[in-house]
Structures are given as C-alpha cells and as structure tokens.
Design a protein around this ligand. Structure first.
Ligand code: ATP
Ligand code: MG
Length: 168
C-alpha cells in the first residue's frame, strides 16, 4: 500500500514537539512528493524508533530533522540529530539485539536495546537498508534506503484510488 511519507513525518514531528523533554526543535524537510509502497504500521514503527532515539540522545538545546527524498536509487528517510553521537567502534553493532552503548547518557536514559534490531528487521522486509553516520559530541544521522520500485508518484496513487472507486 502507498504511504504518504511527508504526512507521516509531519505527524511524528507534531507528536515529538508535544513531549515535555525534547530538543528545542524537531523539523521536517520534505524534498519529494512521491509516496512509498510498504506496510504503514511498520514504516511508522521504523521512523518512530529512530525519532525516539534522536530525542533521547539529544540535549534540549539540540535539534532533530526528519527528511524524505527520492533520487535515481530510490527513496530515503533520514533522522538527523545534533546529539551525543556514537563512537565509530559501536556503529557496526548497534542493530544487534540488546546492544547499547554504555555511555552515561544511555544508562541514565534507560531502554532495552531492542529498538534498532526491530528497525533492521522491518527494513529487511521492505528490501531496505540502514546507514548510520555519527560524530561523537556532534550528532548522528540514521538513513533508511528503499529501492526504486517502492517509490510511486502521487498521481499514480490517485489514479489507483480512482480505479478502486470505479469498481465500487
Ligand atoms: P529501546 O529502543 O529498546 O528502548 P535503546 O534506545 O537503548 O532501547 P536502540 O534503539 O536499539 O536501544 O539503540 C541502541 C543503542 O544505540 C542505544 O542504547 C544508544 O546507545 C545508541 N543510539 C541509538 N540511537 C542513537 C542516537 N540517535 N544518538 C546516540 N546514540 C544512539
Ligand atoms: Mg531506542
């Protein structure tokens, strides 16, 4: 089913902005009008997990940005934060179940270390991959890459809806 990623990101942004403990700003940057073919509950859970982490590991004076764009390769959703960051040696292991970076901040924030394992499996079911870039003390960017055949135009979605109505 086609998912309106722009709508999903703005919904998640509003939810994050209503939290009491959150970074100064949670932004959306929408650079594509296209939609994504996938399971909406799973895509929601992927972005929600990444956003929860970004909010958890970013101080109140920091910022988080949710971005959606498409290019020749496919569709991409990134969650970027200006938070505590992650040392390079931890990055390859982050999506393992129960793996948590033993920093003061992680201990203090709590969590089970399952979020990114769930993200990884949900992405695999969408033939998608996760890339992680981070600089300790500066912030992190988690990006989900979806293949081209899952990107659909809004016109195509509307035409499909019109066909469904025609069948009714
Ligand atoms: P859970 O998601 O199960 O509540 P968690 O957030 O600790 O617990 P994951 O979401 O799997 O677990 O993340 C694993 C670890 O990766 C975290 O404990 C944290 O150390 C690190 N991490 C994840 N996202 C970020 C981020 N945006 N900035 C800094 N560290 C992060
Ligand atoms: Mg988490």
């Amino acid at each position: 089913r086609p998912i309106d990623i722009a709508g999903l990101l703005s919904l998640l942004r509003r939810e994050a902005m209503s939290l009491e403990r959150r970074p100064r700003n949670v932004n959306t940057q929408i650079d594509s009008e296209e939609w994504l073919l996938g399971a909406e509950t799973e895509i929601h859970s992927i972005v929600s997990n990444l956003l929860t982490n970004a909010v958890k590991y970013t101080p109140s004076e920091g910022e988080v940005t949710l971005r959606w764009w498409t290019d020749d390769e496919g569709g991409h959703i990134s969650v970027r934060d200006t938070g505590v960051g992650i040392a390079a040696e931890h990055i390859p292991r982050l999506t393992e179940r129960f793996y948590r970076v033993d920093s003061g901040r992680s201990r203090e924030m709590g969590g089970s270390g399952l979020g990114l394992a769930i993200v990884k499996h949900a992405l695999q079911r969408h033939e998608a991959t996760l890339t992680i870039e981070s600089t300790p003390g500066k912030g992190s960017t988690f990006t989900c890459h979806f293949p081209q055949h899952r990107v659909v135009s809004r016109e195509g979605v509307e035409a499909g809806v019109a066909r469904l109505h025609a069948v009714d």
